[in-house]
Design a protein around this ligand. Structure first.
Ligand SMILES: *Cc1c(COP(=O)(O)O)cnc(C)c1O
Length: 357
């Protein structure tokens, strides 16, 4: 007997393109402005929470991460039974996709946006339809074409890689037009002027996902959560792995959520740097899009984005080069420390000349 393992794979797994995360060099030498991590260490209260949680590790963790849900419920002014926790918000997105999208089904989302949505659809044996944003970076009416064939709509807000934000009024209009669930991915919302948690009280088919990876400086921890109607949260609990968040991550995430003063300071600092980054890029002749996240999308009319990426990489500075079919290619630059951004702007000035100064 012999088994051709490749032939045994589900065809959609064999054929799908893998999701490729941003580079994570392990030598610790590069200045990383490529994966939207926070440039500062997290709240100091986390180290203490981890130390005492370490003593509980002989036991299985709370499958529902109740301590975290209670803390988050207080911060967001919702009930703890409106919250589902996950191993990063990518886990949350997986749970929601598994729950709503059948094999042969369809998901929709605006483009350009988060590439992982394509992977989630493919893993599920579903297709995806990407619909360009309007010129004002809201959702386009074409998102509703043949809407009865869609099983789930993802809207990242603020969006990646553009940093643009759709108003709650436009999100309500979308929710009202949709016959299927809407997942608003708020990975970057702490850097933005408004969020959509209130919509989950108004519409039972609207869900909001969050992560502690960006604004709470905990990308290495892996903790995210979903806010939705309690009945829906109850169903989604059946879909998740029983212990999808561990005792250490629950303790750290709870401590992080309890330290809102840290969050407020960190976000204010990142926003100041974001504005300096945008102004600096504009002065160098880059076209930028005003961002509500902790990164800025840009391209330069006279300089190829991929060679700018390589120029920076050769000098120890990583940014994200991205090429979107049907839109453009460019650089997504994460907000770093003020020193890192000053270094970036100095290198770019060397390369493109200070045309605008
Ligand atoms: C970073 C990111 C996430 C996921 O973050 P996790 O680290 O998995 O919590 C989700 N959506 C978008 C748009 C992101 O950029």
């Amino acid at each position: 007997m012999s088994c051709d393992v490749r032939a045994c794979l589900r065809p959609e797994i064999r054929e799908m393109a893998p999701y490729v995360p941003g580079e994570q060099p392990r030598d610790g030498q590069a200045i990383k402005l490529n994966t939207n991590e926070n440039p500062y260490p997290p709240s100091p209260s986390i180290a203490r929470a981890l130390a005492s949680a370490a003593e509980t590790l002989a036991r299985y963790p709370d499958p529902l991460a109740t301590a975290f849900r209670q803390e988050a419920a207080r911060v967001l002014d919702v009930d703890a039974d409106q919250i589902l926790c996950g191993n990063g918000s990518d886990d949350i997105l997986t749970i929601v996709t598994r729950a709503f999208v059948p094999t042969g089904g369809e998901v929709r989302f605006p483009s350009p946006s988060y590439i992982l949505y394509r992977t989630l659809a493919s893993l599920q044996g579903a297709t995806f339809r990407e619909v360009p944003f309007t010129d004002a970076w809201s959702w386009d009416e074409r998102l509703l074409e043949d809407i009865d064939s869609a099983h789930l709509v993802y809207v990242p807000n603020p969006n990646s890689p553009t940093g643009t934000l759709i108003s709650n009024k436009d999100l309500c209009a979308l929710a009202e037009a949709l016959p299927c669930p809407l997942l608003i991915d708020e990975a970057y919302v702490d850097f933005a002027p408004h969020h959509a948690v209130a919509l989950t009280k108004r519409y039972p088919h609207v869900m909001v996902s969050r992560t502690l990876s960006k604004s709470y400086a905990l990308a290495g921890l892996r903790f995210g959560y979903l806010v939705a109607h309690p009945d829906l949260i109850g169903v989604l609990r059946k879909v998740k792995d029983s212990y999808n968040t561990d005792a250490l991550s629950i303790a750290a995430a709870t401590a992080a959520m309890a330290d809102q003063a840290w969050l407020k300071d960190n976000v204010a600092r990142c926003i100041r740097t974001r504005e300096a980054l945008t102004a600096g890029l504009d002065r160098l002749g880059f076209a930028t899009i005003p961002s509500h996240a902790n990164f800025v999308w840009c391209h330069h009319p006279q300089h190829d984005a991929q060679s700018l990426y390589r120029f920076l990489k050769d000098r120890g500075l990583l940014v994200r080069y991205m090429a979107y079919e049907g839109w453009m290619d460019g650089l997504r630059i994460s907000v770093g420390t003020d020193e890192a951004i000053a270094k970036l702007l100095a290198l770019l000035a060397e390369r493109v000349g200070r045309s605008g100064l």
